[in-house]
Design a protein around this ligand. Structure first.
Ligand SMILES: NC(=O)c1ccc[n+]([C@@H]2O[C@H](COP(=O)([O-])OP(=O)(O)OC[C@H]3O[C@@H](n4cnc5c(N)ncnc54)[C@H](O)[C@@H]3O)[C@@H](O)[C@H]2O)c1
Length: 353
């Protein structure tokens, strides 16, 4: 049944984009309240949306709120997610969800005991170009994957690190791999599946911060293909780029740093089957919502009961955290690391130094 779902957004940095995205579907979602430690920001946003400015604890106590959307600094996510689940509500939470596989597994236990579900944010998945490539793979038009490449060449300077929680292990939980490349890595595994072996080097070279701001990695994927990752926060020209090379086709994203998942992607079929599937997809697919809007639009279907799971699940975030754990482990020890990682792995409880 199609219902109106009542949402509260907590943390109004990037959370402002969430407020805007929920409100693009006014027939499906109402943002009834917002929360921020900066009361003036909360009040100003609440007035603009004709909602209320409340504390996190007040939101938990309200029985007319269905979904609490957490856009707070990463080190707060674990406790806040558990509190929302215990309050009987659904929870949406920004990346990185938490800082260890152990935390992911604790969340799975909390979710199983609660009526609500956790939806981590991976909004880049919903770019039209990436969706087309994913549809080709799901339709069986790809065949064997050979290699993939991921470039995250962004720029961050002192202004970015002026926000106190950024740049430090304890509060940001990681650097370019965790905070920026997390999306591009998720796009890689969303299309070709999980990695089974990784080697990574990571360094801090661009800014005077604790966490890494440059990284290079090579990955072997479960399907036998290979992938390379290059990530820096010191690029004068900002780009993001993916290339995928399958037996059936090759695909290259655009390079707009924060919109590279969007169409058009340059897709070159190598087989008649892939060419026919691509033609069919392009004829059939209307333009769908992208970014957070795209993820929330699909989430409405889950809340209505049309899907068993949210479009992004705790298992998806766990897979992302597992890959990041392996990359940090490899970078620190200078060795190949194999996945999956078991609970007796030394970094199962986290990679924080
Ligand atoms: N998906 C994306 O593309 C994307 C982009 C940017 C940030 N993020 C993620 O979003 C989260 C927030 O990042 P940001 O850049 O907006 O940070 P920010 O510091 O700019 O904003 C966070 C806000 O949360 C508020 N806050 C902190 N603790 C709070 C609490 N207990 N209750 C209510 N409000 C509280 C702060 O006052 C601040 O206004 C991080 O996890 C970050 O990694 C994701």
């Amino acid at each position: 049944m199609v219902e109106q779902h009542r949402v509260a957004v907590v943390g109004l940095g990037i959370g402002q984009s969430h407020v805007w995205s929920w409100r693009r579907m006014k027939d499906r979602f109402t943002v009834v309240a917002v929360s921020d430690l900066d009361e003036s920001v909360a009040r100003e946003t609440a007035e603009r949306i004709r909602g209320e400015a409340l504390t996190f604890e007040q939101l938990l106590a309200r029985d007319d709120i269905d979904v609490i959307d957490l856009c707070t600094p990463p080190s707060l996510h674990l406790d806040q997610i558990v509190a929302v689940l215990e309050a009987g509500k659904h929870v949406v939470c920004e990346k990185p969800l938490v800082s260890s596989l152990a935390d992911c597994d604790a969340l799975a236990v909390a979710e199983a005991a609660a009526p609500g579900r956790v939806m981590p944010i991976f909004q880049y998945r919903y770019g039209g170009g990436l969706q087309e490539v994913k549809a080709l793979v799901d339709a069986g038009a790809a065949g064997q994957a050979y290699t993939s490449s991921v470039e995250v060449s962004w720029r961050r300077d002192a202004d970015y690190y002026a926000v106190p929680w950024r740049g430090q292990w304890a509060t940001a939980l990681g650097g370019v791999l965790l905070s920026q490349a997390i999306h591009a890595l998720d796009m890689l595994t969303y299309v070709v599946g999980p990695a089974t072996r990784v080697f990574c080097r990571a360094k801090t070279m661009v800014n005077d911060v604790e966490v890494e701001d440059c990284a290079a990695a090579s990955l072997e994927m479960a399907d036998g293909s290979l992938a390379t990752v290059s990530a820096t926060l010191g690029s004068a020209q900002e780009i993001t780029r993916h290339r995928f090379h399958f037996a059936g086709f090759s695909a290259e994203s655009g390079t707009s740093p924060y919109q590279s998942a969007s169409a058009p992607w340059d897709v070159t079929p190598a087989t008649e089957a892939a060419a026919a599937e691509l033609e069919r997809l392009r004829a059939a697919q209307g333009k769908r919502a992208e970014d957070w809007w795209g993820q929330f639009e699909r989430y409405a279907g889950f809340l209505d009961g049309a899907a068993a799971d949210p479009p992004v699940t705790l298992a998806d975030a766990r897979a992302s955290i597992e890959l990041l754990t392996a990359l940090y482990d490899s970078a620190r020890r200078g060795v190949d690391v194999t996945l999956p990682m078991e609970p007796d792995h030394p970094l199962y409880r986290g990679w924080l130094p």
